[in-house]
Design a protein around this ligand. Structure first.
Ligand SMILES: Cc1cc2nc3c(=O)[nH]c(=O)nc-3n(C[C@H](O)[C@H](O)[C@H](O)COP(=O)(O)OP(=O)(O)OC[C@H]3O[C@@H](n4cnc5c(N)ncnc54)[C@H](O)[C@@H]3O)c2cc1C
Length: 333
């Protein structure tokens, strides 16, 4: 029996990357507890290859509840399936993603199984001695980190932000078990019918999926200067991010905000220019691959965690990088 579960997410038969990120979190907890880790897949159309990938990336077991009636995320039906699985197998810990579906599903399930839920955790650990899940998240407006325990109820449930951990590499040596869960009619709530999906095109910024993010902050002085950030992002084929100061000043729209009250990102390359590196901003970038900081202040916090700290003026450094990239591009032709 698996005691730590993670909830996989899928869309049209393809697993979302967050399913694998959750497994890397879950693996650490399961190893500490000396127990198994399972991934729960509720949906439709995910084939053997997808389910095997869950195993190669950390799961010991996959509970697969797949049915065409579960293809779309309908909270009521997905909650009925998950609640039944919980009552049948009694997991100790369940981790879900703090995505719109995870944030909708988990409170609903928590009520059904009479347990608690800690939303938006940034750190998870196991308490020595008791084996309780330590669920750490920002509290009181982000000014403190609170660690929450659920000693009296099971399962202990938490959501974690996408991109706040990296998936484990596929380990071809891993083996696991796929358990097919029957989806009976009583698990399907027919009151809700999905008619279709429409993408919200307004100010759509795919920061979370970008491999390169170039972000600007208050050091850019005014909105027009974000052209420098866009120029470098375009040259690198990346997306534009921003600090909250830049967003609050109206220089750029909120969907670009990175950090505690914005997006959590994990690009291969993050370049922050005119950003001091507040704890709230760093919370959104700490799993980035390579971090580059551009700031004339040698003591800027972002420099301290950066892989490359460029102590200099963004108005000179960014155009110089763009010129260099353009030169290299034309030489390569
Ligand atoms: C509950 C809560 C949630 C928050 N959430 C977020 C969040 O999600 N994201 C976020 O970013 N912040 C967040 N904040 C705000 C955060 O505390 C900081 O105020 C903010 O990150 C600072 O933004 P900044 O780095 O752009 O500005 P500053 O801290 O003012 O830094 C500006 C930097 O620009 C540098 N600079 C000046 N001139 C130049 C130049 N010519 N070239 C290059 N650099 C230059 C300066 O040296 C300075 O380091 C939150 C705060 C709270 C309380």
């Amino acid at each position: 029996m698996s005691f730590v579960w993670t909830i996989a997410e899928q869309y049209r038969g393809t697993l979302k990357p967050v399913s694998f990120e959750l497994l890397s979190r879950g693996r650490k907890l399961a190893d500490k507890l000396g127990t198994k880790l399972a991934s729960v897949l509720i949906g439709d159309g995910v084939g053997e290859e997808g389910m095997n990938e869950l195993i190669l990336r950390g799961a010991d077991e996959v509970y697969s509840a797949q049915d065409p009636r579960l293809a779309d995320f309908v909270c009521e039906s997905h909650a009925l399936v998950l609640a039944r699985l919980i009552r049948t197998w009694n997991p100790s810990i369940i981790l879900a993603a703090a995505t719109s579906s995870g944030r909708t599903l988990m409170p609903y399930v928590a009520i059904k199984v009479h347990s608690g839920l800690t939303a938006d955790c940034t750190e998870l650990d196991i308490e020595e001695g008791t084996g309780n899940l330590l669920q750490t998240r920002p509290a009181i407006g982000g000014n403190i980190m609170a660690t929450i325990k659920t000693p009296d109820h099971r399962p202990q449930m938490a959501t974690v932000r996408p991109k706040s951990s990296r998936p484990l590499e596929k380990d071809p040596g891993r083996a696991g078990r796929i358990i097919s869960v029957p989806v009976t009619d009583d698990l399907i709530d027919m009151r809700v019918k999905v008619l279709g999906y429409r993408k919200d095109a307004a100010d759509f910024v795919n920061l979370e999926e970008a491999d390169v993010v170039v972000a600007g902050g208050k050091g850019l002085k005014k909105a027009e200067n974000f052209a420098l950030i866009r120029g470098l992002a375009d040259a690198l084929g990346g997306a534009v991010g921003a600090s909250r100061e830049a967003v609050d000043r109206g220089w750029i729209a909120y969907p670009h905000q990175v950090g505690l009250s914005g997006k959590t990102i994990s690009p291969d390359l993050y370049i922050g220019a005119g950003i001091s590196g507040s704890i709230q901003h760093l919370a959104g970038i700490k799993t980035s691959g390579t971090i580059v900081s551009v700031n004339p202040d040698p003591d800027a916090n972002l420099h301290k965690i950066a892989d490359f700290a460029i102590v200099g003026d963004a108005f000179r450094v960014l155009p110089a990088i763009v010129r260099h990239l353009e030169r290299r591009k034309s030489e390569a032709k």
